[in-house]
Design a protein around this ligand. Structure first.
Ligand SMILES: Nc1nc2c(c(=O)[nH]1)N[C@H]1C(S)=C(S)[C@@H](COP(=O)(O)O)O[C@H]1N2
Ligand SMILES: [Mo]
Length: 202
């Protein structure tokens, strides 16, 4: 079985198996942002962890870059139906951020907050166990501002709107609170393999 991607060529079975339902492969890296790219000054940059309203840890750019770095190559899937294979990222696993703060997953849900005031909710269990990172580099270079540089969340096994660009905080919440797209009808979890695009999808 083959699936025709945006590249126009049929995919062999090994690649076709990596394409979630309703997706097509792209080889470029489209930029999707709800608004303009916010200016982010590295001298003023801070990343914080919050539990409810309370800030429990924060790092400046230098301290954050001193956390253990991990390389991760993965496939990414946008709800607008493109998927991109073998994207190479480097950054700090959420596991390592939590460990540096002396925390274990504090609540079942998380809201990621960005410098453009974008937000998105993710079950905390989708951020731990080596599944998610705050990415600082792409293809061996500092992450482009258009793709969320200096730092973005990367949760590759969920639709890419969960990967908040220009991230400034992870806030752990007791209840699952909808973020920017989730209040506009998108799914609370967003698993591409179950085609969880809209809140009406199971
Ligand atoms: N802060 C922020 N993060 C964001 C967005 C945004 O508008 N603001 N758009 C989301 C959406 S809808 C997608 S599909 C991906 C796109 O990432 P890319 O532009 O690197 O392809 O970023 C997500 N993260
Ligand atoms: Mo998106």
């Amino acid at each position: 079985m083959t699936t025709r991607g945006f590249t126009g060529r049929p995919l062999g079975p090994d690649l076709a198996r990596r394409l979630p339902p309703g997706q097509s492969r792209t080889v470029d890296f489209p930029v999707l942002s709800a608004g303009p790219t916010p200016p982010v000054d590295l001298r003023a940059w801070r990343f914080s962890l919050k539990v409810g309203p309370r800030e429990v840890a924060s790092w400046d750019w230098e301290a954050f870059n001193a956390l253990p770095q991990t390389a991760l190559t993965c496939d990414i899937h946008c709800v607008t139906t493109w998927s991109k294979f073998d994207t190479p990222w480097e950054g700090v696993l959420v596991d390592h951020i939590l460990a540096a703060a002396g925390l274990a997953a504090p609540t079942p849900f998380t809201l990621a907050w960005s410098f453009d005031d974008y937000s998105t909710n993710v079950p905390t269990a989708d951020l731990t166990g080596g599944q998610a990172m705050v990415a600082l580099r792409y293809e061996g270079k500092p992450l482009d501002a258009a793709h969320g540089g200096p730092a973005r969340l990367l949760v590759p096994h969920l639709y890419l709107w969960k990967s908040a660009k220009w991230i400034r905080a992870l806030q752990f919440t007791e209840r699952d609170e909808p973020g920017f797209w989730e209040t506009r009808g998108y799914h609370m979890r967003g698993d591409p393999w179950r085609e969880q695009r809209y809140d009406s999808d199971s």
